[in-house]
Design a protein around this ligand. Sequence first.
Ligand code: SF4
Length: 62
Amino acid sequence: MPGGKPAGVACPHLDADNLCSLHGLAERPRVCSDFRPCADTCGSSREEALQLMTSMEDLTSP
Ligand code: SF4
């Protein structure tokens, strides 16, 4: 996405099963390849991860 992905917008590379369509490909952004999941950011479920991401986006919004 030119200018970066806005907060609250899903990545355009997610497929219908919410899996990364770029996984394993050179086109996958380095920030994604370098990310290591942890409880602080991912919680223990998809719902908890979305809540944590929304909270982090709210806390860092301009
Ligand atoms: S890993 Fe990165 S490129 Fe893949 S779906 Fe997630 S945010 Fe998008």
